[in-house]
Design a protein around this ligand. Structure first.
Ligand SMILES: Nc1ncnc2c1ncn2[C@@H]1O[C@H](COP(=O)(O)OP(=O)(O)OP(=O)(O)O)[C@@H](O)[C@H]1O
Ligand SMILES: [Mg+2]
Length: 394
């Protein structure tokens, strides 16, 4: 892969620098990297070697813990965690997980994640849930998955293991033996119900052993089949010691939003919506200070980072990452120093796509306003904008 691609995904893959290559059609040698594997458990977020505590989400964390307490006592609860990309949904869940697991070793955390290209992959979210239940990664081989599914089903369900095993095996596209295969005739129409029933059986069995947190991450990318299946599952699990958490960007047109809005209809007051807003400027300031202890960072640069980041922690990190990449700040021993090239920070490439996506989702009128405003410049009076907007665009 090229240097540009490498910059985007270096945190996710193992790679080696193969040096500059002379390529057909390219005048200059191209810096290239070879991908040698995937980094286990990498999220692609955060800055390597720098860790900052979570800022400004105490109330939300306390709320989740409170809901967990109610669920643990036997009254199932559902929470949604909503907010724009990079605002800290996954981080909040990670902190919550560390906090409950630190306190109660009987809690079982089951988590299904959606893939950014997953909208058209039927059941990909449910599959990830099943993998989480049986404890295999998405790169496990077929024999490993089959072995794990069989072992966990037997362990959880005793004599009744065979049927859910067959259905979930089918869902996981395992090659089944003829006996299991025979249970699957005329499955298609009934499939979804069977999958749901099988899943419910397992979740029930797991929840007899301790409280369960059931997380669905990044629902804005969910597929329709998973969404339907989970909509069916959620109300059935209401009487279990189970806290379900739905995390999503606020994309009302996404298929997965049906789960978020469906949960409102199904659970009413028993549903808690946790909305993550941008950090306040003081909070963002502390985040920058925690990430970079730079005495010599000019106030102007600090302000620039803050104004580019708009209270979004991911943006804060990405602006800092860019400053590091460009050599505008560098580490010296235990501290950071700003170099002469620190002025003139732009918006990092990693954010351009996110910003464009956000702009694309605006109503047509707002997009036009934004386009006209961008032509005027970074600062302008509202009257100028109003005048210009009166001119019909062709
Ligand atoms: N309150 C916070 N304090 C400190 N760091 C934070 C905070 N919130 C988020 N971060 C950091 O910002 C980055 C982005 O956060 P996170 O990945 O949780 O966003 P997200 O809402 O899940 O985004 P997406 O919609 O893209 O999944 C992470 O590196 C995270 O550790
Ligand atoms: Mg996330």
């Amino acid at each position: 892969m090229s240097g540009a691609t490498h910059r985007f995904i270096a945190a996710l893959v193992e790679s080696v620098d193969v040096g500059p290559l002379d390529l057909k059609g390219k005048t200059n040698a191209v810096q290239a990297y070879e991908v040698t594997g995937l980094k286990e458990g990498a999220t692609g977020r955060g800055l390597t070697g720098i860790h900052a505590p979570m800022i400004g989400r105490d109330a939300q964390l306390a709320h989740l813990r409170e809901l967990f307490g109610i669920a643990r006592a036997g009254q199932g609860r559902v929470a949604s965690v909503l907010g724009e990309p990079g605002i800290g949904k996954s981080r909040l869940l990670a902190e919550f997980r560390a906090s409950v697991e630190g306190e109660d070793s009987s809690v079982r955390w089951i988590e299904g994640r959606c893939l950014s290209y997953g909208k058209t992959l039927p059941y990909h979210l449910v599959l990830d849930v099943v993998r989480s239940v049986i404890g295999v990664s998405s790169s496990a081989s077929e024999p490993e998955v089959r072995e794990a599914l069989q072992r966990v089903m037997r362990e959880l369900l005793g004599d009744g293991w065979a049927e859910p095993y067959a259905y979930l095996g089918h869902l996981l596209s395992l090659k089944l033996d003829p006996e299991a295969q025979a249970r699957l005739s005329a499955l298609d129409r009934e499939a979804i119900k069977r999958y749901v029933a099988s899943l419910l059986q397992i979740v029930r069995a797991i929840s007899t052993r301790g409280p369960v947190v059931f997380v669905f991450e990044d629902l804005h990318w969910a597929d329709a089949a998973s969404t339907d299946a989970l909509l069916m599952l959620m109300p059935l699990a209401a009487d279990l010691p189970l806290l379900s958490i739905l995390s999503s960007r606020r994309d009302r047109d996404a298929v997965g939003w049906r789960l978020v809005s469906g949960a409102r209809d199904l659970f009413g007051d028993a549903l808690t919506e946790i909305r993550l807003d941008p950090l306040s400027s003081d909070q963002a300031r502390s985040l920058v200070a925690n990430l970079l202890e730079i005495e010599s960072l000019p106030q102007k640069t600090r302000d620039l980072i803050l104004s580019k980041a708009e209270g979004n922690p991911f943006f804060v990190e990405e602006v800092i990452r860019m400053l590091i990449d460009r050599g505008a700040i560098r580490r010296e021993g235990n501290s950071w120093i700003a170099t002469a090239s620190v002025v003139g920070v732009e918006i990092p490439d990693t954010l351009q796509g996110l910003l464009l996506e956000r702009i694309d989702r605006l109503p047509k009128e707002s997009r036009r306003t934004l386009r006209v405003a961008s032509v005027i410049g970074r600062q302008f009076g509202v009257t100028i904008l109003e005048r210009l907007l009166e001119v019909p665009t062709t």
